[in-house]
Design a protein around this ligand. Structure first.
Ligand code: WT7
Length: 701
């Protein structure tokens, strides 16, 4: 129970009016418009709420169905929406087989290894068909997998990753891809939660020019899963280089198998695609939330594939002849939807790059684009900032031409946006700033590339069929032009929305719908707005400007990390009594986590030792991408009188912002101690305009 004064303080802060300079519009070129997939101004009418839900038939009709559905949307059990009920399809068929009659010789995937001397590898649709079939045969016969089973995949950015995913989809096996950068322990937690008996990994890969051992994480993952009661009986290991093993870990007899060796037995095998119901799950993707336990976001087959295919066509403007490059990792939702499923369903050529954008230098992406004639480019603000910092004039040196560029994952600063537009896009590319989340399957807000002008820093209106609404804390609508930040929600269900949280339906309802549902008995979808967990401003022109998370999630270089997960990792260090993790503004990564810890009484260990232990605990339990910028060791934490740690105060200190009124705290004096410690050891200048998520951070405490 927070005491009232603190609660008031926090509420008023959450409702703080935000003012920012309106940016000038930018317009798509006539050349872009003349070739765009979506030029029809009627689209908004077609996708209006009056035409909901039948409007989404337009997307489902982009797919091939074994059996056409009888009910577009079943809302009889809100908020468990069921799309395209009665329909049957197969994702692997839609992404591969149906393209063969006309395009078997066309590149489906072009793999660009990180080492620049290794040539790109093109995989045609026919080759993809063969490899997916053989892999599916192995998964079915050797690994004993069948429809509805779960498989955990922990792999780097290599073609074998989509091949494995598509092989699962061919069988109706539910894949759970864990981002390759996650630690073995994090992978093990996800194996156990999903109940996977099989783990698929790779020996190693290249990152920043170095070989990374991936297989070593598998042993830790299996042990961690076992500790949680989940037995993995097979670990299937792809090899990055034929005939070599990039991992030093021994292969465990009877458990670990090299994929290339077993695949020999399945050469030339074909597996008929298994028709699955539109409502059967296609995959799970774990993501962070307010509590420590990651949520297994469950996505459907029919609704999901229809939605990513439709949005890839209209918003990414993918045509069959495009060369499309999304630099995200396939281990995140962006990669699932917009490297693998959307682009391949449209029969395009999707490029997969193994490594970091700035290896060996900040000209690499533009060389790749020039060499392979990429014309659609998709990345995140953190990469754009890094490329701009290290090579502001690099793009000029290359003769690449993008017709469309995407930014996704975090808010983009208007001047970073302008560099992207002027330098990378050479003032000819349209930019779409697409706002969405793991839970959503595909885009929620973005400009329609040929129809709406761009506005730097703003995502734009809802994409076709998505009707956003911004509510204040009390549930009042903040209409366009309200000039006050609120919580962005979506009024209506859409085909790409998650089905549930794996094994936690109650948590699904609570997290995404409870806040603004007026009547939980209601069967009317209109009573169930989807709560996204982001603060936003609704501008007069109907454009949404995303301000950041309103919950305890930190967006670090586009990686979504839960503070509670980081804090529980800190608490595994025996000397640590309490831990609090807060976001700090970072010019490249957007936000980085900073850790505060209080030691158990009587501990005399050197604080430097403790800092090291805390950092390695975080790296081992979560992954290197979660490494904090600082670990501050303090004798106590600022607390409310009811004993809750005031993360908001620590966030303020870390970001050199005013801490506000702390007199109601149980121990106000500690704030001064912490301030002196932090300010004496960092040369932080006061933050300029403070993003909304930093302002609000910890308000739940
Ligand atoms: C959170 C979701 C699916 C995209 C990759 C991240 C932030 C995402 C934008 C954007 C401002 C954005 C939000 C959101 N976010 N896109 N264009 N502008 N913020 O997926 O890991 O589920 O993270 O990323 O805060 O809630 P995710």
């Amino acid at each position: 129970m927070a005491d009232t004064k603190n609660e008031m303080l926090e509420t008023s802060e959450a409702q703080i009016a935000a003012h920012w300079k309106e940016e000038e519009y930018y317009y798509p070129t006539a050349k872009f418009i003349s070739q765009a997939n979506l030029v029809d101004h009627d689209v908004d009418k077609r996708f209006s709420l009056e035409n909901f839900p039948e409007n989404f038939k337009e997307y489902a009709d982009l797919l091939d169905w074994y059996k056409y559905w009888h009910t577009t949307l079943d809302t009889s059990n809100p908020p468990f929406w069921r799309w395209f009920v009665g329909g049957q399809l197969n994702v692997s068929y839609n992404c591969i087989d149906r393209h063969l009659p006309k395009n078997k010789g066309k590149a489906a995937i072009i793999f660009v290894p990180e080492l620049e001397n290794d040539p790109p590898l093109a995989i045609t649709y026919q080759e993809l068909y063969v490899r997916v079939n053989e892999t599916a045969a192995l998964l079915r016969e050797f690994a004993g997998l069948k429809k509805g089973d779960r498989v955990t995949i922990h792999m780097p950015m290599v073609p074998e990753l989509p091949i494995t995913m598509l092989a699962c989809a061919r069988l109706g096996v539910i894949h759970s891809v864990v981002f390759g950068g996650f630690s073995g322990m994090a992978c093990g937690d996800r194996i156990a939660d999903s109940g996977s008996r099989v783990l698929i990994t790779m020996d190693g890969y290249y990152r920043n020019g170095q070989v990374q051992d991936q297989k070593e994480k598998a042993d830790i993952a299996v042990a961690q899963a076992k500790g949680l009661g989940a037995e993995v009986d097979k670990v299937l290991v792809w090899r990055r280089r034929q005939g070599k093993n990039l991992s030093v870990t021994p292969m465990l007899k009877g458990r670990d198998y090299f994929m290339d060796e077993i695949l020999k037995d399945y050469k030339g095998k074909r597996v008929a695609p298994v028709p699955v119901a539109a409502e059967d799950p296609l995959f799970l993707m774990y993501t962070s939330g307010t509590t420590g336990k990651p949520k297994g976001i469950q996505h459907s087959t029919g609704g999901y594939l229809a939605y990513v295919t439709g949005t890839a066509k209209y918003i990414l403007d993918i045509h069959p002849e495009d060369i499309y490059w999304c630099m995200a990792d396939i281990g995140w939702i962006t990669g699932h939807s917009y490297i693998v499923y959307g682009p391949l369903a449209l029969g395009t050529t999707s490029l997969i790059y193994e490594g970091v954008p700035t290896y060996p230098d900040a000209g690499r992406p533009w060389r790749v684009a020039e060499q392979l004639d990429v014309n659609i480019f998709h990345t995140a603000p953190t990469a754009i900032r890094q490329l701009r910092k290290l090579g502001p004039e690099e793009p000029r040196k290359y003769n690449h031409h993008f017709k469309l560029m995407v930014t996704v994952g975090e808010p983009i600063e208007p001047n970073v946006w302008r560099w992207y537009y002027d330098e990378v896009g050479k003032k000819e590319a349209v930019i779409v700033d697409t706002w969405w989340q793991t839970e959503n399957g595909g885009f929620l807000c973005s400009t329609k590339p040929a129809l709406n002008p761009m506005k730097p820093g703003s995502a734009g209106p809802g994409v076709p069929g998505i009707h956003p609404v911004v509510y204040d804390e009390k549930g009042n609508e903040l209409p366009p032009g309200a000039e006050r930040a609120g919580n962005v929600c979506i009024r209506n269900p859409w085909p790409g929305i998650m089905q549930t949280i794996w094994g936690e339906p109650e948590r699904y309802v609570q997290t995404y719908y409870a806040k603004y549902c007026k009547n939980q008995q209601s069967k009317d979808w209109k009573d169930w707005p989807y709560f996204a967990g982001d603060g936003a401003l609704y501008a007069g022109d109907g454009y949404i400007r995303i301000l950041g998370r309103v919950d305890d999630v930190i967006n670090v270089a586009g990686h979504r990390l839960g503070t509670k997960e980081l804090e529980s990792a800190c608490l595994t260090v025996p000397e640590v009594a309490e831990a609090a993790v807060v976001p700090v503004i970072d010019p490249i990564k957007g936000r980085v986590p900073e850790v505060y810890i209080a030691l158990k009484p009587g501990v005399t260990t050197d604080p430097k030792e403790i800092q090291k232990k805390v950092i390695s605990a975080i790296e081992n339990i979560i992954g290197k991408m979660a490494r904090p910028s600082h670990v501050w060791v303090s004798e106590d934490m600022p607390k409310t009188r009811s004993g809750k740690i005031m993360r908001r105060v620590l966030t303020a200190v870390s970001n050199n912002m005013p801490v506000g009124d702390v007199t109601t705290l149980a121990n106000p004096e500690i704030v001064e101690h912490i301030k002196i410690m932090v300010q004496s050891q960092t040369k932080r200048t006061p933050a300029g305009e403070t993003p909304d998520d930093i302002k609000r951070f910890g308000q739940n405490e």
